[in-house]
Design a protein around this ligand. Structure first.
Ligand code: FES
Length: 155
């Protein structure tokens, strides 16, 4: 697979998660292991433009894919998170930022909201952002800063 633009040849057992492969085999510790069961979003990485919980993904499923972790991200969201105090301890931040990038890509691709009823093509509203980011938990409760940072980038 490609990880952050570099070709990586991995020889992993079929039961190794993508998260463990990234962290333990490649040394990319940006994606965090929070719950290890798909509930917190701390492990979020990008598969192309699609956000995935890497703790639930088997590394072997991503043979030939292009994976991006926070180490490979260069996006205005990063400075926006700093400007708006979108973090406290920072543990969830890599996942929050990767998830937000994926969310913006989903929206740009015209995915309508299944929850708030917003149509495709409309500017993302704050409630829509909160809903679409609801898979990423922040134990410090920095949600207002996180949403403010995303809304800043949404414009
Ligand atoms: Fe993957 Fe929590 S560690 S969702």
């Amino acid at each position: 697979m490609k990880v952050n633009g570099d070709v990586v040849a991995l020889d992993v057992e079929p039961w190794v998660s993508l998260l463990d492969a990234l962290r333990d085999r490649i040394g990319l510790t940006g994606p965090k292991k929070g719950c290890d069961q798909g509930a917190c979003g701390a492990c979020t990485v990008l598969d192309g433009n699609m956000r995935i919980n890497s703790c639930l993904a088997l590394a072997v499923q991503y043979d030939g894919h292009e994976i991006t972790t926070i180490e490979g991200v260069d996006h205005p969201l990063q400075e926006a998170f700093v400007r708006h105090d979108g973090l406290q301890c920072g543990y969830c931040t890599p996942g929050q930022i990767c998830s937000a990038i994926g969310m913006l890509a989903e929206h740009a691709a015209g995915q309508p909201s299944a929850v708030t009823g917003e149509a495709a093509g409309q500017r993302l509203s704050e409630p829509e952002v909160r809903e679409r980011m609801s898979g990423n938990l922040c134990r410090c409760g920095a949600y207002n800063g996180i949403v403010d940072a995303i809304m800043d980038v949404v414009g």
